[in-house]
Design a binder for this molecule. Structure first.
Ligand code: FHN
Length: 442
């Protein structure tokens, strides 16, 4: 028995080492591309497809609120005649977003480009136009980085073993040996015809048909299509659910992907929170729209944690982004017009996010974003740098800062405080990235 246990122990160790060594052979992410993407801090996520005709959730409502047969026939009447790629991209730009990620194929298998692999695509709808082509052209025209979301799981395709509702059924004749090449051809078409891309944003990796070995292979394949492309951690099996972190170095993926939450403060590995501006990913009539305060504070808390924010909109079946969502995005852009230097090209910290708000920094400057004053004076822990100047970003009003060896006291008179965020700027006697991050007591 002991012998058997020893053998199984050795096999397990071998498997771990093999997996680790496999991962060790992965091409390193393009450091410049990663740094450029991190500096962008803010992008638009779009979940769209024929399901918008029903106003239910993309992928998940197939075989639930919408019978699968009906869901799969929606494309035959999908005719978003008001779709204007230029208008979507201009809306993203007006919001202060620097990159754009669209669902090229979600769990329902519908393809938003003119793929040669299936008729279940946008160019086989009454609309006939290639949405990915028009969006990639518009992004290039407006200087917005273009990226695509791609779902590994495909609950409609006969060769992907699990089906609707929500991956809870199985398909008798499915075969991953046929499905993976189908998927790889999609990725080749997308990168070659609409690239270069900023990122390939994978999703749908959590189900049993997808394995760690497949994830490592797919990461290598996508990097072979475009060496400088970024790939998120949902290409492999290492993602920690909605927390979005990666379980270990043996797993592929260049950045972590917290979902519907602001990621925790993390400066040693890039991350991006994906969050809906409403509640549902795809369009839903009368869905709850997040307030401007919630959107700004989410963006600031994300940047304060050293992460990016990918804020999602779900366009309507006529091809427009809902006017009230466009208005919200415009309001975010107006805030960034004034305070964007405290978000773009910054790093998180050195004061970690807390009840007060969050901080960001770049060069010799620290931007203290205060949401909650909790009284007259805010108290912050000492840092290993001298504050040589303090002011309010935007110039109107005064910040009074007192620094001792043990603490930093910050005071801004009531009339000078700003909703939803008062930005106090410290100028330091050294680069802010030389200052060790510190937690701020609640
Ligand atoms: O199931 C999907 C969901 O529809 C949506 O696309 C989000 C966005 O990241 N990802 C999955 C849920 O984790």
């Amino acid at each position: 028995m002991i012998q058997l246990q020893r053998l199984s122990g050795c096999l397990l160790l071998w498997a771990v080492v093999a997996a680790a060594s496999n991962a060790a052979e992965l091409p390193a992410p393009d450091a410049d591309a990663l740094a450029r993407w991190q500096a962008m801090r803010f992008g638009m996520f779009v979940h769209w497809g024929p399901v918008s005709l029903k106003g239910t959730e993309i992928g998940w409502s197939r075989g639930q609120q919408v019978p699968a047969e009906e869901y799969d026939s929606l494309y035959k009447t999908f005719h978003p005649i008001q779709f204007d790629a230029d208008e979507w991209v201009r809306t993203a730009k007006a919001a202060g977003m620097k990159y754009f990620v669209i669902t090229s194929k979600h769990h329902d298998g519908f393809c938003l480009w003119d793929t040669k692999t299936t008729e279940y695509k946008i160019t086989d709808t009454p609309f006939k136009r290639d949405v990915l082509k028009e969006l990639s052209d518009a992004c290039r025209k407006h200087g917005i980085q273009f990226s695509t979301y791609y779902s590994i799981c495909d609950w409609r395709h006969p060769d992907y073993p699990l089906g609707s509702p929500g991956g809870k059924t199985t398909k008798a004749t499915a075969d991953m040996k046929r499905y993976v090449p189908y998927m790889k051809e999609h990725l080749r078409e997308i990168v070659k015809n609409y690239g270069p891309l900023g990122s390939m944003w994978f999703d749908g990796e959590w189900e049993s048909p997808w394995t760690h070995e497949m994830g490592l292979d797919l990461y290598r394949y996508v990097r072979s299509l475009q060496p400088g492309i970024l790939v998120n951690n949902r290409v492999d099996k290492g993602r920690r659910g909605m927390h979005g972190g990666t379980m270990g170095h043996e797993y592929a993926g260049d950045y972590d992907t917290p979902e519907q939450r602001v990621g925790t403060f993390q400066t040693d590995r890039p991350w991006e929170s994906c969050i809906t501006i409403c509640q549902q990913w795809a369009w839903k009539p009368d869905d709850r729209l997040k307030s401007l305060k919630e959107c700004i504070q989410t963006l600031v808390n994300t940047a304060g944690g050293d992460g990016n924010l990918l804020l999602n909109v779900g366009p309507m079946p006529d091809g427009r982004i809902e006017p009230r969502q466009v208005e919200r995005l415009k309001e975010i852009g107006e805030w960034l017009e004034r305070y964007g230097e405290s978000v773009y090209e910054t790093r998180g910290g050195p004061f970690k996010p807390g009840a007060y708000g969050a901080s960001t920094s770049k060069a010799y400057r620290v931007y203290l974003h205060v949401f909650n004053w909790q009284g007259e004076t805010l108290r912050f822990p000492a840092i290993n740098a001298k504050i040589v100047k303090a002011a309010l970003l935007g110039g109107d009003g005064q910040a009074v800062v007192e620094q001792t060896d043990n603490q930093i006291l910050v005071k801004v008179a009531g009339p000078d405080r700003k909703e939803p965020d008062t930005v106090v700027v410290f100028t330091l006697d050294r680069p802010a990235n030389a200052v060790a991050p510190v937690a701020v007591a609640p």
